[in-house]
Design a protein around this ligand. Sequence first.
Ligand SMILES: Cc1cc2nc3c(=O)[nH]c(=O)nc-3n(C[C@H](O)[C@H](O)[C@H](O)COP(=O)(O)O)c2cc1C
Length: 201
Amino acid sequence: MFEHKHAPQSLPISTPLAERWSPYGLSDKHITEEDILALFEAARWAPSSYNEQPWRFILSRNTPASGTHDKALACLLESNQVWAANAPLLVFGCTVGTLAQSGKPNKAAQHDLGLAVANLTFEAQARGLSVHQIIGIVPDLVRALYALPETVEPLTAFAIGYAQTHANLPEHLKARDASPRTRRPLAETVFSDTWGNPALL
Ligand SMILES: Cc1cc2nc3c(=O)[nH]c(=O)nc-3n(C[C@H](O)[C@H](O)[C@H](O)COP(=O)(O)O)c2cc1C
């Protein structure tokens, strides 16, 4: 259905990696509780510096029964609200900034949150779901509305759902979903000997 989004690869990589992309069009189709649990179980088993597992998540279900989803949407920049409002799930990714043992800053906290979200993202992809990550949040509002402790930093959000062209999506976002995915070549990314010297043939 979204063939144009498959990563053009120099050699084959695992299917969920090749097929993952960040759709703006997300259907409101229900996500089962089993799938939701599996996503966070995948995140849970990510590696982390000193096994600190500095990631924490705040989950908001887009259902009338939950009654609190408006508060989650309010924590996104408007440019992200327009598309993320359709998603059945919205999650905030937070970091615990200090090490449990010493109380010193955990320099790897953001890195390790990224690893956990990556685990979650590829588990989602393997289950036919898509994850679209969001740096455009209002951190102070997340902090206030969800009563975060001082040591916890709200860093990102991500919308989870089934990729689908959505009638109420603004045209410029439909166009982004219709465009192919691009990446810088490996020769400009992986170096050896000196900076800028390509390491891979
Ligand atoms: C940490 C992070 C933050 C992002 N924040 C936003 C965002 O605020 N709004 C948005 O539309 N996309 C956001 N994205 C999605 C990126 O724009 C997208 O991953 C990138 O363009 C590559 O496209 P692809 O994921 O489809 O390969 C974010 C992605 C990441 C990893």
